[in-house]
Design a protein around this ligand. Structure first.
Ligand code: ZN
Ligand code: ZN
Ligand code: ZN
Ligand code: ZN
Length: 699
């Protein structure tokens, strides 16, 4: 939400000790998705003595503008209501109250705003006594109970449609009081409000005439949410373009609507039957319950993600291919050349991972499935999710996190508990804690790399494609374009905005063992080398010392850096391979013993059981897919995730690419190759990524 506030502007801030006081705005801090997080204000307006001592930081719910609001503020806006007497309000207000605008001024309500106070009865108030709170409604709703959230959300989204009971003074009506229906007598009606007398407690109370505390409204089901018929919630698509359509446009083609509600600070999706959704949780449950053909992956609540805007290439185009993959991927892969009429060097397009020699055997026998019937929604009970969590619990990457969680668990249990029970209890405590941290797929997106790997649900699971733990297995889903960059050879860009955590593609090609990798790498005539390490195994082990790689015979000392992004990856590789092998042989070295925690070791032993310790490499030189075209950047917008699907053979993870941030249409997709400078002697490779954080050297 754009912040309409100037530096030095008078605001009201809330301190628990002083209540609401005047202050002056200094600066605002926003989250990644542009939500207001913290406002710094100073308590005095003394310009000539600027000290930071009277600067304080406030969350947006504790800051309001000092000026009165106008006459046209939207329903759903958060406001601060100032104390006022009978002339301005329907009742006496003795202290500032926070609330939500529920009606705009009109002739019906005598030109006053209706306010739903946060923890008080509703009232009418003139605009002169109302201040704008800088808190978005979504922020407030994230802190209230789900019943209130749903009521307010529904109210704001369907306004001005609403139901009010018709009453007259002296009417009797049943209202809810502490969970009981009690008799009340109407003593006053003021527009949408009424005052009732409750004989049972001998008190008067103001009520909104649409409140669910009124028995007539509580008993009759809402007319604004027609119940959805199973199997009939989605309209048939208006165009038959699900194959070449941007995935975030598919719901819109099925009759869904997506609105950006700046006033609420959220995106609203409306289903064809009129249901409104402002969060992925409810939307996912709805899609699941109505057996919708749509997937939660096709929706985004990211305010900055434009769904309909497509990137347009320049008008001068020398080469323009509709599908460079020739139908081998799920969606077409476009290729464009706006610089000259050249094409990438030919290779075989494949989405498979093909072992080069028959001695490379991927173990397909070691997977297990889960027995979930809820679409794996309860991740703490799903065996596949548990496997992901177990990896996190045992991995050295998460030692700090797991350590502090275990401490929390220790504080919450009795020392005398049965030891065995305790271990099981702790496991579930950790699962529960991890499930709340958005680790792993969240509504079809991966917001954070899981170093210990993702184990997707597979053919042995009871769940189907609507499960929460399937993503990479569906393959390419985004509309990407290979294009000729001016400096870096070929690159890949997205044609539409992509929300953070979107799966792009996985690395396909040939799987080589280290001997073949060495041999291929040394073939001088090869030009570009498209290697990617299957280094999941080594990443499981804590690295005691930074690896120092010795140079091998340098055959290529030329300064031809035209294709430096893929050049000589191999030399680096063979070094890493030999280094890794040394580490492998050194399994019981002192470093290992001191840094490897017991659980870590157990995991490693378990993972390594039955497998050779060979190092494998994916080579996309002769065979590959779009992944071979991603370039390097020192400030990447793409990250790599190791994923296991139909095999849990730790030597052969799928190397999958996900967006690390919200990526705008037309932006190049780049990942960090993560080479270490000076790891190969006599080798200097300059980076031309052009980012502000550029490390300038790749090698
Ligand atoms: Zn499951
Ligand atoms: Zn499963
Ligand atoms: Zn599943
Ligand atoms: Zn760079």
């Amino acid at each position: 939400m754009p912040l309409a506030i100037d530096v030095g502007q008078r605001v009201l801030v809330y301190n628990p000790s002083h209540g609401w006081t005047v202050a002056y705005f200094v600066r605002a801090q926003q989250t990644n998705d542009n939500k207001l997080q913290i406002l710094t204000c100073r308590l005095s307006n003394c310009h000539h003595k600027p000290t930071s001592q009277d600067h304080y930081r406030y969350p947006p719910e504790r800051v309001a503008l000092n000026d009165s609001i106008g006459e046209n503020v939207n329903v759903g806006t958060r406001v601060l209501c100032m104390p006022s007497g009978d002339a301005d309000t329907s009742r006496y207000i003795d202290k500032p109250l926070r609330g939500i605008i529920a009606e705009q001024p009109s002739n019906n309500n005598n030109q006053r705003y209706l306010i739903f106070a946060d923890s008080d009865a509703p009232f009418y108030l003139r605009s002169t006594a109302i201040r704008l709170l800088l808190e978005p409604l979504s922020n407030y709703l994230s802190k209230v109970d789900s019943g209130t959230k749903q009521y307010i959300e529904n109210y704001v989204l369907t306004y001005p449609k609403r139901r009010l009971v018709n009453v007259a003074v002296k009417d009797h009506i049943n209202i809810e009081l502490n969970g009981q229906w009690v008799d009340a007598i109407v003593s006053k009606v003021d527009a949408s409000l009424m005052r009732v007398f409750l004989p049972v407690i001998n008190k008067h109370e103001w009520l909104y005439r649409g409140s669910l505390r009124l028995q007539p409204l509580f008993n009759s089901p809402s007319t604004y949410e027609p119940p959805c018929k199973r199997f009939a919630s989605d309209k048939q698509p208006t165009t038959n373009d699900s194959k070449c359509c941007h995935f975030l446009l598919i719901p819109l083609n099925h009759g869904w609507k997506r609105q950006i509600r700046n006033d609420l600070g959220t995106i609203v999706y409306a289903s064809p039957c009129g249901q409104m959704f402002t969060d992925g949780e409810r939307l996912h449950a709805y899609l699941y319950q109505t057996n919708s053909s749509l997937s939660i992956r096709q929706f985004t609540f990211d305010m900055n993600c434009r769904v309909t805007q497509k990137f347009l290439s320049s008008t001068t185009v020398y080469v323009n291919l509709d599908d460079y993959a020739l139908g081998k991927d799920k969606v077409p892969l476009m290729l464009i050349n706006e610089i000259d009429s050249s094409l990438p060097k030919p290779f075989e397009y494949t989405t498979e991972r093909i072992p080069l020699t028959s001695d490379i055997v991927i173990d397909q026998t070691n997977t297990h499935g889960c027995t979930c019937t809820d679409g794996c929604l309860d991740t703490t009970k799903c065996a596949c999710w548990q496997k992901i969590y177990d990896g996190i619990i045992q991995s050295h990457y998460y030692e700090d996190l797991i350590g502090s969680l275990k401490e929390l668990f220790g504080q919450s249990t009795d020392e005398d508990d049965d030891r065995h029970n305790n271990l099981d209890e702790m496991r579930f405590f950790l699962y529960d804690a991890l499930s709340k941290r958005n680790l792993g797929y969240r509504h079809g997106r991966l917001l954070e790399k899981i170093h210990s790997g993702i184990y997707e649900c597979n053919g042995k699971c009871k769940c189907d494609s609507r499960c929460t733990n399937r993503c990479v297995q569906f393959g390419l889903n985004t509309l990407l374009q290979i294009y000729h960059t001016s400096e870096k050879g070929w690159g890949v860009r997205t044609l539409y905005d992509l929300p953070a955590g979107t799966f792009l593609s996985f690395y396909s090609g040939e799987i080589l063992n280290d001997a073949d990798a060495n041999r291929r790498g040394l073939e001088k005539t090869m030009g570009d080398v498209y290697f990617t390490a299957l280094d999941f195994l080594t990443s499981l082990k804590p690295i005691p010392l930074q690896r120092k790689l010795k140079a091998i015979t340098q055959k290529d000392q030329s300064n031809d850096e035209t294709n430096f992004y893929h050049d000589n990856q191999q030399q680096l590789f063979s070094d890493q391979i030999s280094e890794i092998q040394r580490n492998e042989n050194n399994h019981t070295s002192i470093e290992d013993k001191t840094t490897l925690s017991d659980s870590n070791k157990a995991l490693l032993d378990h993972q390594l059981a039955n497998y050779d310790s060979g190092i494998y490499v994916m080579d996309a030189h002769y065979k590959g897919n779009v992944s071979r075209f991603y370039n390097h950047s020192c400030s990447p917008n793409v990250f790599v995730q190791n994923v296991f699907i139909e095999t849990w053979d730790v030597r052969f993870p799928w190397v999958a690419f996900f967006t690390a941030t919200n990526v705008k249409a037309g932006t190049e997709l780049v990942w960090d190759y993560s080479y270490e400078v000076d790891t190969v002697e006599n080798r200097v490779l300059h980076c031309r990524c052009g980012s502000d954080e550029c490390r300038h050297r790749l090698l």
